[in-house]
Design a protein around this ligand. Sequence first.
Ligand SMILES: Cc1cc2nc3c(=O)[nH]c(=O)nc-3n(C[C@H](O)[C@H](O)[C@H](O)COP(=O)(O)OP(=O)(O)OC[C@H]3O[C@@H](n4cnc5c(N)ncnc54)[C@H](O)[C@@H]3O)c2cc1C
Length: 643
Amino acid sequence: MNADEEASFDQEREVLTNNPNGQSPDMDDHFSDIPSEPSILEHGVSANYGRYISNAPSNHVPAAPRNSPEGRSANYSHYLNRTRAPGHDRGARGGAIEQRRPQMFPRLDDADVERIRKFGTLESWKGGEAMFRAGEPGLGIRIILRGNVLLTRRDALGRSQFLAELGEGQFLGETAQLSGKPHLVDGYAIKDVSAILISPAQVRALLIEEAQLGEIIMRALILRRAELVQEGSGPVVVGAATDPRTLALEGFFRRANHPYRALDTEGDAQTLMVLAGLPDWRESTPIVVLGDGTILRRPDEAMLAEKLGLLPDLAPTRIYDVVIVGAGPAGLAAAVYAASEGLSVIVFDSHGAGGQAAASTRIENYLGFPAGISGHALAYRAYMQAVKFGAEISIPSRILKLECAASPFIVHLTGGRLVRAHSVVIASGASYRRPKIEGLDLSTAKGVYYWASSVEAKLCQGAEVVLVGGGNSAGQAIVYLSNYASHVHVLVRRDGLEESMSRYLIDRVMALGNVTIHTCTTIESASTDEDGLRGLTVKTKGRNASIETRHLFLFTGADPNTQWLSDCEIEVDSRGFVLTKGAESSDPSGCLTFQTSVPGIFAIGDVRSSSIKRVSAAVGEGAAVVSEIHSMLTRTLMRTDRH
Ligand SMILES: Cc1cc2nc3c(=O)[nH]c(=O)nc-3n(C[C@H](O)[C@H](O)[C@H](O)COP(=O)(O)OP(=O)(O)OC[C@H]3O[C@@H](n4cnc5c(N)ncnc54)[C@H](O)[C@@H]3O)c2cc1C
């Protein structure tokens, strides 16, 4: 790696790490689907809601009904003035993204454009036409051959901002266009435009066939998405900043790496004034206002993902080579290797890409990252890599049931949907236990967390927090929280950390001035008030003491996520982790280390009995299982051919 590559990686990591994963407790069970309201663009009172709340400048792009011919002409002249003003409003933002503007909007030379031509089809637009609007399905990326295109980002409150003006040799699109997901920005032809449109499948082919060009394009797409996330365009979340339901929605957007803005109903006077006009807003928050003005009241994650167009269409008749359940490090690695080996693959995850690893603020023991990398950055890179090779990824999608007696296997999702596959990879990992604590209902408790991300850290600023657990994940959380909390009390059952935490983390924890390790200590009970958790009674060697705290972090050992396998006769160990056959295979042509007791069903990563519970081990198993699936599928095919 030369100096440029190193600097470029550092900046990318900074860009991704600045938007750390807002993991928060799974809220799936707390809310029922509430039907969305009609678009505020189309209906009276609510139509004005977005404008009032936003104090939208009069110069925002006029809203137009989707796909209507009138909606295709653009009033963009005011943006053009800004385009030409040197150092327009971006100057103050600075930062890593700003320095990388040439990489974000590169210009391809004539020879490059010629090489790309075969991947797409020609299209043209009249000057003044809207080429695409945020929310519309993306048809792919476009290379501009002639003319200029104005890109603007718009938030759900009608505010629109200049993003870029692109010309000949430059291309339009960001990461969503790799998989046909909706546009996040508006694009207008300034002068007559002719362009090469390259469909998502062809973009992926281009990235692989033309490696050098592919690198330039991929980097630009990722940086553009990072810019949109950092700037916070798109949907607006309206709710109390401390409400766990608001936090859950923010967590959803962060995990999905989807741009959004949050308006706090506790701190933002203007928001309150506007909400006063909405009769039942107190019972309705958190509210999400989408880019097209649709208002969703207390949406759950599945509804939000559907409305944002994030979920792929599932064809019930299609048979995949492999279905992967879980998009943690193991599942994502399997997806990358399976897709790059030419297998048809779909990955489901109920929560977000990266699994437990995405909750890590800094992974320092993963090979190749001497300065460490945040779990969120690692997960996003792996996710994009899987998409690049053509893996379909559906998040959030919870798998409810596996029919392993069926051939092909049938995987059931929430909402009655299903997919079929010749093989299934169980990569559903493990989740932290929710121990019983007297006086605390952990399913609803306010102030109890199972992750320590920027979302939770923000709430703990200057406060005393209690953290239970002595493993490596606890160690990372202690180090991270100590930057925000006034004091971190760590409760461990054992008489030290040596048996459960890596030495480098123990040393780091011990060096922190605002951390106290309470050894041989457990929680006896908790007290609460209307604001949530108020304090804890803890017991150390038979003696009780109390700690006043409103924030309790639980990192208390994990159970395997195998509920969805209950209808299958897959063998598990005494703790419920899935047993794999090891070298026990009756098939003479090879031993399938990761195959379970049911042929064709494999288990990898933390969910697997006796696996090493580490990112690198999970990734290794994800890579290794693919060659086993390959040989299994080949043998099955040969057998079918013989009959
Ligand atoms: C805070 C924290 C910090 C850590 N730090 C490190 C570190 O620095 N270094 C290190 O090596 N390891 C670390 N670990 C451990 C490491 O993250 C795990 O070993 C690794 O993530 C396991 O990967 P996995 O893919 O097997 O499972 P997981 O990461 O658990 O992923 C499983 C995925 O499956 C999904 N899933 C579960 N059930 C279903 C279902 N029914 N339907 C759909 N999806 C489902 C989950 O949502 C999840 O995303 C850390 C763990 C934590 C919690």
